[in-house]
Design a protein. Structure first.
Length: 88
């Protein structure tokens, strides 16, 4: 299963999200979107095309952190836990 976490280090939601993934012993590629332009473009392409970001965009949020697992995108750790079969 291929997974990618898109995040910004300074975002207050990042640390708890990462801690939750660590508790699940879940491996992923970490992509800090402000590290370079390529990372930023990669995230923007996903955000512009994936319906998981629609509500975040409508409410004026960026949609961070975002965990992509294959074709699914999760903006909430409880959804990740459900997807992986872990109870909250």
């Amino acid at each position: 299963m291929t997974a990618t976490l898109f995040f910004v280090t300074e975002c207050p939601d990042t640390a708890p999200f990462v801690a939750g993934l660590k508790e699940l012993s879940f491996d992923y590629e970490a992509v800090e979107i402000t590290a370079n332009l390529a990372n930023f473009k990669r995230f923007i392409r996903l955000r512009d095309q994936h319906p998981a970001f629609q509500q975040a965009k409508e409410n004026g949020y960026v949609g961070m952190p975002a965990l992509q697992i294959e074709e699914e995108v999760f903006l909430d750790l409880s959804e990740v836990k459900d997807f992986l079969g872990h109870s909250s």
